[in-house]
Design a protein around this ligand. Structure first.
Ligand code: G3I
Length: 334
């Protein structure tokens, strides 16, 4: 009896989620999802390139599949994401003549108008069905300064200010998050703190800091993870763990031909170290989401190179792994 992930974590969090695609739901994982999770996020289906490939032409098919499944099964949905520098169609950053935008006032107006139309459409369609939106994703550099994306080049921080303001207006019930990776690293953590502190001081409606938590078997440390949660607690926001996984690799080039028991043990050890911190500070965190369900789902099978990885709690046969017991605290023998 493996029990259930959401049941075991219920004393800590009422929302335990997984990133899914329509095929996760349609290709045999629906039962597993219903047993173990009560929240879903679209791994790709709500991104700009999936929902508005052509200006003003919205396609919601895949996103609807996920939202409808969640709603039918009493699950929450995290919305991911309105603003990102990746998976955004080229037209978004093209001027009235179809050339790549340069930083002019007219282009800023055009870009922000497109952003508002996009947010109004997505947030409006799913109004009342989304527990939290990742309003902006990955807006910082590793040193904590603003990422020099096209968004920033054309609109400065106004793209962030407006995105939150428009998202609040379009779906007042959703928790609004600023989401990023590597927030356990001091420089980026401090950059996030300073940015949110500044924008909240201006009255921008930021409710939540999302920490992706893409980890590996050696990283990050429990103390850096704890320091991150403590730092953001002072911002008076809720925190969400939004994209949790743990790679068996600690570099970008190694590649194993098999995943060994030693890998699975190391994975379980890191998962336990991080979840011990999350559980000790559970009240700071309002949801925990894994970036996939079973190992075969993971983006880490193709990034940074194509290689075997085992970053999640279920293996490719949908069986629980040592990491599952480590996270749940349940006993494999019964
Ligand atoms: O849909 C096309 C398909 O038509 C085509 O045949 C195939 C061939 O390459 O590509 C498919 O698109 C892929 C897409 O995932 C859907 O599977 C893209 O190539 C691939 O680049 C894309 O990767 C996604 C990645 O974001 C893109 O940056 C991953 O699935 C997704 O898990 C990952 O998620 C991000 C979060 O949004 C933000 N945080 C980091 C996280 C991991 O990178």
């Amino acid at each position: 009896n493996v029990g259930s992930l959401k049941g075991a974590l219920a004393p800590y969090w009422s929302q335990v989620g997984a990133a899914v695609s329509p095929s996760t739901i349609l290709a045999g994982k629906a039962d597993l999802l219903k047993i173990h999770y009560n929240s879903l996020v679209a791994g790709n289906a709500m991104k700009w390139d999936a929902t508005e490939k052509t200006e003003g032409v919205f396609s919601y098919g895949d996103a609807d599949t996920i939202v409808n499944f969640a709603t039918a099964n009493n699950m929450k949905v995290r919305g991911h994401t309105f603003v990102w520098h990746n998976q955004t169609p080229a037209w978004v950053f093209q001027d009235a003549n179809g050339a790549t935008m340069t930083a002019t006032a007219a282009n800023k107006t055009l870009l922000l108008n497109r952003l508002k139309a996009h947010i109004d459409a997505l947030a409006g369609r799913y109004k009342g069905k989304i527990s939290a939106w990742d309003v902006v994703n990955e807006v910082l550099n590793e040193d904590g300064t603003p990422r020099n994306s096209m968004w920033y080049q054309i609109a400065g921080l106004d793209y962030i200010r407006n995105a939150f303001t428009w998202a609040r207006a379009a779906d007042p019930g959703a928790v609004l998050c600023i989401n990023d990776y590597n927030l356990t690293v001091g420089s980026k953590r401090d950059g996030m703190y300073n940015l949110v502190n500044q924008l909240k001081g201006e009255g921008i409606p930021i409710d939540c800091v999302g920490s992706q938590m893409h980890n590996n078997i050696n990283w990050p440390t429990a103390s850096d993870t704890s320091a991150m949660l403590d730092k953001f607690a002072a911002l008076n926001v809720t925190q969400q763990i939004t994209e949790m996984d743990v790679s068996i690799y600690t570099d970008n080039t190694s590649s194993y031909t098999t995943v060994t028991d030693a890998h699975q043990t190391a994975l379980a050890t890191r998962y336990k170290a991080l979840f011990d911190v999350f559980k000790a500070k559970a009240s700071l965190i309002s949801s925990v989401t894994f970036w996939g369900v079973s190992d075969d789902d993971s983006w880490l099978q193709t990034w940074p190179i194509a290689r075997l990885d085992a970053p999640l709690l279920f293996d490719s046969q949908l069986q629980v792994k040592p990491a599952y017991w480590a996270v749940t605290g349940l006993n494999p023998s019964g």
